[in-house]
Design a protein around this ligand. Structure first.
Ligand code: NAP
Length: 331
């Protein structure tokens, strides 16, 4: 039984704690907050034995084998590295960090300490994602041409929202671009060679809408649209020479609907497919199992590098070439 400790008491923590608690091979033994009262409240609500004041105190506990880091993005690297030094297995919320170098450092320290880690992007692990990727790899769409991905939700935000705070790693590019960029890399089976943030709308000095283009080898291109200013979207299309694959909820399946995707061919025939799965428990089992995690880890670091270059592009108004070290992802 792997004993998890939770770092942070935010909104997403509630959902992931329930997923951890419903996974047979896992138990949640402790939760840490900056404030003892908050940890006490959370522990009593969710039936967690220990409420801990301070994240470092949680890392020192003998009854914690693994941690779930659920903090604003600017704090991920610091606490993942501290967790790795304490030899804890790590599940870190996305985005993994706020820069490519930070992401690389997390990966390096975990490797040094022999610690398994994943970022908590659960869609990577859904059986549907694996099947959609394999359809593309098997050439069932013909020659791959263009990928489009759109991820958004419409505000309002609460006061103090980290998504609108630059110092905490806010903005839709890191937050939602994480999904669109990783999806494009998975489907293109590589990292892009060049990126361009064509258009950005900012508020509080963070992007609240970003439109971008990625160029991959073999004339594959991708368009991204992410933002906080349109209703919830979580779709992509992969277009090949013979057919397109479309999924309208790739980051997390819509509630109470079949977990679906469609293949549209050149004559207008549509094949609907359904693959049910529970992506969070599958992610947790993958983390605590013994299968190699290199492919996931490389995808995380590459996604972070691409986002960093998209940010550079947004600031300069120019396309940015990715360097060779930026593009290690090659599944
Ligand atoms: N995988 C997904 O589907 C998904 C969905 C939503 C969000 N996320 C990611 O999860 C992470 C957390 O997001 P969230 O929306 O749950 O955040 P949130 O509700 O704002 O919670 C963040 C927690 O971080 C702790 N914290 C420590 N220092 C802080 C600071 N300076 N300012 C604010 N909070 C601070 C707080 O816990 P204490 O005060 O108790 O210490 C707070 O409850 C983000 O990286 C986000 O992108 C992932």
């Amino acid at each position: 039984m792997t004993r998890f400790g939770i770092i942070g008491t935010g909104r997403i923590t509630r959902r992931l704690v329930a997923d951890l608690q419903s996974t047979d091979t896992v138990t949640v033994t402790a939760i840490a907050s900056r404030q003892k009262e908050r940890a006490d409240w959370f522990a009593s609500q969710y039936g967690i034995a220990a409420a801990v004041e301070g994240y470092e105190q949680l890392l020192q506990r003998d009854d914690v084998d693994a941690v779930y880091v659920s903090l604003p993005p600017s704090l991920h690297a610091q606490w993942c590295i501290a967790a790795a030094r304490a030899k804890k297995t790590i599940l870190c919320e996305k985005p993994l960090a706020i820069s490519g170098d930070e992401a690389e450092q997390i990966a390096r320290v975990c490797a040094e300490e022999g610690v398994r880690w994943l970022d908590a992007t659960a869609y990577f692990h859904h059986r549907r994602t694996v099947e959609m990727r394999d359809i593309v790899r098997r050439g069932e769409l013909g020659q791959l041409g263009h990928i489009s991905a759109a991820v958004s939700f419409y505000r309002p935000f609460q006061a103090g929202e980290h998504r609108l705070d630059k110092s905490l790693g806010g903005g839709c590019l890191l937050d939602l671009g994480w999904y669109a960029v990783s999806l494009a890399c998975i489907m293109a089976q590589s990292a892009p060679t060049r990126v361009f943030a064509d258009h950005t709308v900012t508020e509080n000095d963070v992007p609240i809408r970003t439109v971008g283009t990625l160029w991959f080898a073999d004339n594959i291109t991708a368009s991204l649209s992410v933002g906080y200013d349109t209703a919830t979207r979580k779709w992509f299309e992969v277009a090949g020479s013979e057919a397109s694959l479309i999924c309208d909820d790739f980051t997390r399946p819509w509630l109470e609907r079949p977990t679906r995707f469609w293949i549209h061919d050149a004559k207008g025939s549509v094949t609907a497919n359904e693959i049910a799965d529970r992506q969070e428990p599958r992610m947790i089992e993958t983390l605590i199992g013994d299968q190699p995690l290199d492919e996931y880890n490389q995808l995380s670091v590459t996604t972070q590098r691409v986002l960093e270059q998209l940010d550079r592009s947004a600031n300069s108004g120019q396309p940015v070439m990715m360097s060779e070290t930026d593009t290690t992802f090659s599944p």
